[in-house]
Design a protein around this ligand. Structure first.
Ligand SMILES: C=C(OP(=O)(O)O)C(=O)O
Length: 358
């Protein structure tokens, strides 16, 4: 199976050794208003996002009115919606005629523009516009769309919420058969924003993915409150993180309540940057910022009395005390020092070097 451990999104290198790439999913949080969509792109950039992402669907191309009607429009987070599922999708869809304005706004602001396309027309329309495509979890089995995105040659970010390993294997195969640039994202698609959801996030799937596809770029699409899940995901190797983004969690639209806002988004980015710095490279060493503390915290063998040249050291002549200047014998070697002759006069409290001993 042929896939890359490094790919680029608009010149930005995505790999395990590079900083996490943050996608602010504006989704439907523009509330059907182009000015709000533009404002959210600006706010996402200010909050530290690398990418402002939208979703392009048309109600008629994504949901069956009859299908949801038959289920009473009452499942999961949709139960809170005041209108039917079709009406909500229609009201909150991202207008395709906004595209040039959104793309230009993102360019001016200096943030990548991306979308999750929910129909073939949208994939074709955006194939020369976006630097990468996102497959939303719900479309993991939409073969035609997944293959079409992969065939554009753009990196494909595959969300895997509400899927089992068999679904994931099939989708990964479809993508890598056409395109080696894939990011495999763990996701839990419960959008209720409940803290109960933490126990379903299952971050340990990331190492499972890594074991099955060594070196594949991993990501995490998160819908839980706070930053714990994201910090855990980055620790476990995710290098693309997506979270919903809004300016105001109290607005009425379907995606506001569980989104991060500019303040919480900034906190997340800052926390991940700190975590990345803290994770390091795994090589155990005395770090360059510890060179002084290694002196002040470690002990050296020091003389408990004035000693004259020719005397033989016994255990009572030595005590282990801080600091330990470079070259001093440490208490690790106390047994090698006891019984040795001292070659020159030394004062109480002085340290010993090997050249002091006969
Ligand atoms: C729904 C989407 O993604 P996810 O499955 O990651 O929540 C999306 O990108 O439109």
């Amino acid at each position: 199976m042929n896939y890359n451990s490094v790919f680029f999104i608009n010149g930005r290198k995505i790999s395990f050794s590079d900083p996490t790439y943050f996608i602010a999913d504006i989704a439907a949080n523009h509330d059907g208003d182009l000015e709000r969509a533009k404002m959210l792109i600006h706010l996402a950039k200010e909050a530290g996002a690398d990418c402002a992402k939208f979703q392009h669907f048309k109600a008629s191309g994504i949901v069956s009115a009859e299908g949801f009607e038959a289920m009473g429009n009452q499942l999961s987070h949709q139960a809170k919606w005041k209108k039917s599922v079709t009406e909500v999708y229609d009201q909150y869809h991202t207008r395709r005629e906004w595209t040039s304005v959104l793309v230009e706004t993102a360019r001016e602001v200096g943030i990548d523009f991306m979308t999750t396309p929910y129909d073939i027309e949208a994939i074709d329309m955006f194939s020369t516009i976006v630097p990468a495509f996102k497959v939303g979890s719900g479309d993991i089995t939409f073969r035609e769309a997944v293959v079409r995105m992969a065939e554009t040659g753009k990196p494909v970010l595959l969300a895997t919420g509400a899927s089992d390993m068999e679904d994931v294997i099939a989708a990964v195969e479809m993508i890598v058969n056409a395109n080696p640039n894939i990011c495999l994202m763990q996701c839990n698609t419960n959008y209720t924003g409940s803290v109960e959801n933490f126990k379903y996030v299952n971050l340990q799937v990331l190492p499972t993915f890594a074991e099955r596809w060594p070196g594949m770029i991993l990501g995490f699409s998160d819908h839980t409150p706070g930053h714990s899940a994201v910090l855990g995901a980055v620790t476990l190797g995710a290098r693309v993180v997506e979270k919903h983004f809004t300016d105001d969690n109290d607005r009425e639209g379907p995606d506001h309540s569980f989104a991060l806002n500019p303040k919480t988004w900034r906190d997340m980015v800052d926390s991940v940057r700190e975590l990345e710095a803290a994770l390091g490279d795994g090589i155990k060493r005395i770090e360059s910022n510890e060179l002084e503390t290694v002196v002040i915290q470690r002990r050296a063998l020091r003389l408990t009395r004035d000693i004259q040249a020719g005397e033989v050291l016994c255990s009572n002549d030595l005590e282990a005390l801080r600091p330990c200047p470079e070259g001093a014998i440490t208490p690790m070697d106390d047994l090698k020092v006891i019984g040795r002759k001292i070659l020159q006069d030394k004062k109480k409290g002085m340290v010993l070097a090997w050249t002091d001993l006969g």
